[in-house]
Design a protein around this ligand. Structure first.
Ligand code: COI
Length: 357
């Protein structure tokens, strides 16, 4: 193993790459990781020793607070390669701000901006060969922070580990998604952590999502925890509804994730002159619109999921099928976004961020 050091990040090089063992035409989301990972520890009030090393297991005490109190936050980002071998991130500043917003809510110290961006540049360049060009291919980037202090007293950790993993990705969902509208369980509540990418936000959804799966639905659309009257977000994505030609999505709040894809879709729709309404959406309004054939589309928007059309939703045990629109808003926004991400179209909002070699 050879050791090299970038200006600020210690780099521990691999002996040989695992890339030849990977079938890039048959990737399932989030199962394969690249050659490298980034690691930086927080101790005695400061972040120390940023290191990039070969991807592999960690040694952590079973008494570390992450295992007992779930003090952890994460982000989801992607890198894209164009046909000239240029690599781009999409609005990475938003992810940087959001991981620190999530961290603050979970009593985790903020991570420095300079190390975050330096780490992105260094690790993505080391694993550059793992990013395949072409719309549909990307490198999913998973920054995360875990509480590593040893001890089971229920108090915030005083030691943390910030890491970045990289995973070559294609589609998150293999086809259109069928969803159930939540009537009993809740994802988040006022004053809670719904807006944060806190690990437990996701874990808490697994059981009700399993119940939906047993009935043939892949995701739950969460509703407000008070009355289950208003539509909020789905497990891995924000949700948009199209009634006639108007695009509607719920406003962000302390219950809803401020999704980067969500805000990009709103910006593109407004730019294209589509009527966009960001407002509370009643379940009854969507059911009525479906009955009257005015509900044209539902789609999810997220980094992993990109834009995922919903083919049907279930509410009070009635399933409502949605029309299969070839040229609907979902396909229009998916194309607009992925063309910008892959440097195939103008970038009027300056969303691309190049990782230069
Ligand atoms: C993302 O889109 O990055 C997400 O956070 C979804 C993830 C839970 C798979």
């Amino acid at each position: 193993m050879s050791l090299t050091t970038s200006q600020n990040i210690h780099i521990d090089k691999i002996e040989s790459s695992r890339i030849d063992q990977v079938d890039f035409n048959n990737l399932t989301f989030g199962n394969i990781f690249t050659d490298y990972m980034f690691e930086c520890d927080y101790k005695e009030g400061a972040w120390h020793k940023p290191t990039i090393k070969p991807y592999g297991p960690l040694t952590i005490s079973p008494a570390a607070k992450i295992f007992h109190y779930g003090q952890a936050v994460f982000e989801g980002m992607k890198a894209y390669k164009d046909t000239n071998d240029r690599v781009f991130l999409f609005r990475p500043e938003e992810n940087f701000k959001r991981i620190n917003k999530s961290a603050k809510r979970m009593a985790i110290p903020e991570f420095p901006r300079d190390i975050f961006f330096d780490a992105m540049h260094q690790i993505i360049n080391l694993d550059r060969a793992w990013i395949k060009p072409g719309v549909g291919n990307s490198l999913y980037i998973r920054p995360f922070v875990i509480a590593t202090q040893v001890g089971v007293s229920a108090s915030p950790s005083n030691e943390y580990k910030f890491m970045i993993l990289l995973s070559p990705a294609q589609a998150y969902y293999s086809g259109a998604v069928k969803v159930v509208i939540a009537e009993e369980y809740s994802r988040s509540a006022n004053g809670g952590v719904g807006y944060a990418k806190a690990a437990g936000n996701y874990g808490a959804q697994f059981y009700p999502t399993n119940l939906a799966r047993e009935k043939g639905f892949q995701q739950v659309i969460w509703t407000d925890s008070n009355e289950h009257k208003y539509l909020e977000e789905a497990g891995t994505m924000n949700v948009f509804f199209r009634i006639n030609d108007t695009l509607i999505t719920a406003p962000t709040s302390d219950r809803i994730l401020d999704g980067v894809t969500r805000k990009s879709v709103i910006a593109l729709a407004e730019h294209d002159g589509i009527n966009v309404e960001v407002r509370p959406i009643l379940v009854s309004e969507i059911v009525e619109a479906a009955k009257n054939n005015e509900l044209k589309e539902i789609f999810g928007a997220g980094t992993a999921a990109v834009i995922s059309p919903v083919s049907a939703f279930s509410y009070k045990n009635v399933t409502y099928d949605l029309p299969n629109l070839e040229a609907g808003y979902a396909s229009q926004f998916k194309k607009r976004l992925t063309n910008i991400q892959h440097n195939l179209a103008e970038d009027p909002f300056n969303w691309r961020y190049e990782i230069s070699k």
